[in-house]
Design a protein around this ligand. Structure first.
Ligand code: SF4
Length: 209
């Protein structure tokens, strides 16, 4: 069941408050928070793991090369980015210092950081009221669907996600790009599956309640 009440008057108010959030240590390493984007009336919500280095600079989820790949997959599935809602489990980039280069590089978030950010995702779900969720990549799917979820086995199969919403786990498009460098047939098939999964999610999201 979807949440019904919010302490905020609007989704924009949620976004503004999220921009000031210091609820976890990730706030110290961000350029800015990366709140969800797209259509606030979307029936389909895609949820990735966290912002990339590019996203941290642009303030937009799935910008840069990863976003280009996702846009291509969405287009091939008959979807446009501006008709879905795209967001992440955590809104601030997770980084660590590379001692050799002296530069910040991405790292996986800690469990506590994902937990600290969960209320913002809840607010997005409350305000957008999606019919269908799509978890992008295994780590995001395991947070939304449980640790037992295995993308290799359960990708493309409907699961029950947060608030009882039908949820699909899909492969991260950037994974397929890397796979293509050493196993082109697998990458091609993986891409076909990805587009089919997105199409399946779109069709279900288009069905009235
Ligand atoms: S990751 Fe989430 S909880 Fe942590 S500071 Fe950023 S917005 Fe707040």
């Amino acid at each position: 069941m979807l949440p019904l009440f919010s302490d905020y008057p609007s989704l924009d108010a949620v976004r503004a408050e999220c921009g000031r959030c210091v609820a976890c240590t990730l706030s110290a390493g961000r350029t800015q928070t990366v709140f969800g984007a797209g259509s606030a009336q979307a029936h389909l919500m895609l949820i990735g793991h966290g912002p990339s280095l590019t996203d941290d600079q642009t303030g937009l989820p799935y910008s840069g090369p990863a976003g280009d790949l996702l846009d291509t997959a969405l287009t091939q599935a008959g979807l446009r980015r501006d008709e879905v809602w795209i967001t992440n489990l955590h809104k601030c980039i997770a980084t660590k210092m590379n001692k050799q280069t002296g530069r910040a590089e991405q790292r996986p978030p800690h469990v506590e950081e994902i937990a600290a950010c969960a209320p913002w995702l809840e607010q997005e779900i409350l305000w957008v009221q999606p019919r269908v969720l799509v978890a992008i990549g295994g780590p995001a799917a395991q947070v939304l669907l449980g640790k037992e979820f295995q993308l290799t086995v359960q990708r493309g199969r409907w699961q029950t996600g947060p608030h009882g919403l039908p949820t699909l786990g899909i492969v991260q498009p950037t994974y397929l790009k890397r796979l293509n460098e050493h196993d082109r047939p697998a990458a091609v098939q993986g891409w076909r599956d990805l587009v089919a999964d997105l199409r399946r999610a779109a069709e279900r999201a288009a069905q009235p309640d």
